[in-house]
Structures are given as structure tokens and as C-alpha cells.
Design a protein around this ligand. Sequence first.
Ligand SMILES: [Zn+2]
Length: 308
Amino acid sequence: MKNYDIEADRSQIADLFMRYVKIILHEYKDKVPTDIKEKLSKITDFKDLVQIENTGTISLFAKPSDSTIHLPLDAYKAIQALSQFPEYGLDKSHQTHDKNNMIINDNTYRDFVEHVILKGETPVEYFREILLHEVMHICGSGGSSALAEGFNELKTRELASKYGLETSCCGYPKETKIAFELQQIFGKEICDKLAFSQLKERFTILREELGEEAVSLYADVYANMEHQFRPYMNKNYPGVAGIKEKCDTYDKIDYSKVYDSLNQYKKQKEENKSLSKKRGFVNQITLNFLIGFSISIFFLLSLILFPK
Ligand SMILES: [Zn+2]
């Protein structure tokens, strides 16, 4: 294996980890749960929390319970293997996105791997493009479920776009689109709250802010997504061979039922809106009639009471 300086990589990731925590706490100061804020404020050495080890996968992951980031040793082997490809480093300035398609795009993990090859990335460069998403989890942004991952990735991209931070913009593309659709319906402020809450709290937030219909929509979307996502999530994709399998399995995820629910909800809202408009129109006619009627009575009475 090439001589990578794993300790230097660990230090670089630890410095970025500390910087990202500061930015996330600043941006989402009233959304990050208080106990997590307190826990993070006590960290003196972020390097202690970055571990490079055999994880059985080439993705890095976070363990929010002890605020640790786990970098996979396998990524060093995988990138070493990818570096043998003739395309490796062919386009050093390759990008997965520009400012116009940073939030919503069709990039998948396959595009990310192609990007890593074309750009000729080192393991630490590869880690850097996933790190922000993982630090969001450490700061209390939900994960594990399909919808929570979608919201986490959406918030990661919004933050990266606002502060000019590195991120691949290739994680969970289908889930991010659905989170974005829900954000169009529920509004950004509520979705920021949802992203940093536990599942039970999310239902309370939606019930209090938007009512039962919003709760049902969220529950429906959540359950349908889980049904599709679980087989993909529960599988292991070790090494370079795992990359193709991971991509193929992801391609098979079909969220069309989720879109049916979203469209049904939007249609219902539109119908309710036009119904209340019609009601408003009818009320206006009734009001006009009553005013007209009162004026006529007034004239009639004045004719009777004060004849010329
Ligand atoms: Zn995640």
C-alpha cells in the first residue's frame, strides 16, 4: 500500500470536525438539543474522537452517543485499487455539482466514486467530502431512517452552500429530494426543527405547528420510505467489489408511493384552498345582499315615516 500518513489525516479531520461543530452550533443554535450543546462544549481534544479503524465498509460514520467519527482503513486500500485505473486523476478539477444544483441533483454514490477516481482523490480528500454530513449527526441531526438521512443531507448541503464548505452532494439523493419536497410543504423553520429532533418530538412539532394532516403525511412518507430503504441499509458492502453492489441496490429503491402521498396531500390542500375561496365568494354575495336589503328597508322606512 502507498505510504499514506494516517496520523496526519486524523489531525486534518479533527481540525475540520472542530470547525464544523462551531459552524453548526452557530447556524442551528436554537435547534441543537441542549444536552448535546453542553456535551460538545466540553470537548477539549477533537483528535481523541477521530478513529481510523477497520469498519467493514468504505464509508465513514459517526457515533453520536460518544461523539466519535470513524474513518475506515478499507478506504486506503480501496483508493489504492482505484488509483490503478487509467482514469485516476484524469480531471484534477472535477466537481460533482455547481452552485445551481448543489441542493437538488441526481448524483448518486456511483457519481461520487467516479468523481473520486477522475479527481484522483487521496483518502483524506475522500473523507473530507463526507465529513460534514457525519458531524451534523454528532450535533443531533437525525439519521438511520431514510427520511432522517434525507433531512440530514438536505441540511448539510444548505450549510455547505451558505458557508462554502466541502461536501460531495452525492449522499442520499432520492431521500434528499423527498426532504426538500416536505420542506416546500411544511416550511424551512419547521423542517430545521424536525431535522434536530427525535421521531416522537417530530410528531409533536408537526401537530402543534401544522395539525393532524401534517402528522399523517409525515408518518405515511416515513413508513413508505422505510419499507423501500431498509433492505439497502441493512446490507454490507465491503471493499471495492462492494461499491458496485451498493450502487445497484440503491438504484432499485423506488419511492413512487411516497410521491403519490405527497401529490395527494398537495391536491387536497389546493382543493381546500379553492373551496374556502368559493366560500369567501358566497359569503361576500350574502353580505352584499344583506347590505343592499338593509339600505332598501331604510329608504322604505324613511318614505313611510317622513313622507314629502
Ligand atoms: Zn447519515
